[in-house]
Design a protein around this ligand. Structure first.
Ligand SMILES: [Zn+2]
Length: 194
């Protein structure tokens, strides 16, 4: 039997063919003997496998883990028609004077913003970072963008309508915390020296 060599530290980053680079990170951990773990870290999925796992096993197991995580996430994520329905409910309940409705509400990969609204064509985009956020946070961002259908800036009128969002302060704190955590998490992973 051929002996196998491992990198110093027994860690190596591998990107599998056919999977978006940058989104999946496979870490080989010398300390991990059997277990495989997969979790979402910021915008990427991190999969930790034992250092000694064969390439063949890795190729079999990693796509399964990715599929499982994505399936779980998809189940918890409202689809775009649900987002539009939610906006309609929020406006009806909280801001009946705003009769405008968006033509489309879409998830969008946005790292710098939580949402955006284009008034001319009445389209709203919500950052896909919110796909797994609590409902009250999604509502807060949806409501914020929906108010822009009527008010283009963040002036007094805008703020007065936005303040009707019950959990607004909590949601705002959640978003601030998320951004702070993201800045920390997206920093390069420090690989330990063993
Ligand atoms: Zn805004």
């Amino acid at each position: 039997m051929m002996s196998r060599e491992f990198d110093a530290g027994d860690f190596a980053e591998v990107t599998l063919p056919g999977i978006d680079e940058g989104e999946i990170l496979v870490i080989r951990s010398a300390r991990r003997k059997k277990n495989i773990s997969a979790y979402r870290q910021g915008g990427r999925i991190v999969i930790s496998i034992p250092a000694r796992m064969s390439k063949a096993d890795e190729r079999a197991v990693v796509p399964e883990m990715i599929a499982t995580i994505r399936r779980q996430e998809a189940e918890q994520t409202p689809d775009e028609s649900e987002l539009a329905t939610r906006i309609d409910q929020l406006l009806t309940e909280l801001a009946p004077e705003i009769s405008e409705r968006p033509i489309s509400v879409t998830w969008r990969a946005m790292r710098e913003r939580w949402g955006s609204c284009t008034t001319v064509d009445r389209t709203i985009r919500i950052s896909d970072r919110l796909k797994l956020a609590p409902r009250y946070v999604q509502d807060y961002v949806l409501f914020h963008e929906a108010i822009h259908l009527r008010y283009g800036d963040h002036g007094e009128e805008f703020q007065s309508v936005l303040s009707r969002c019950e959990d607004g302060e909590l949601a705002s704190a959640y978003l601030d915390g998320y951004e702070a955590a993201e800045r920390a998490l997206l920093a390069p992973i420090e690989l330990e020296n063993l």
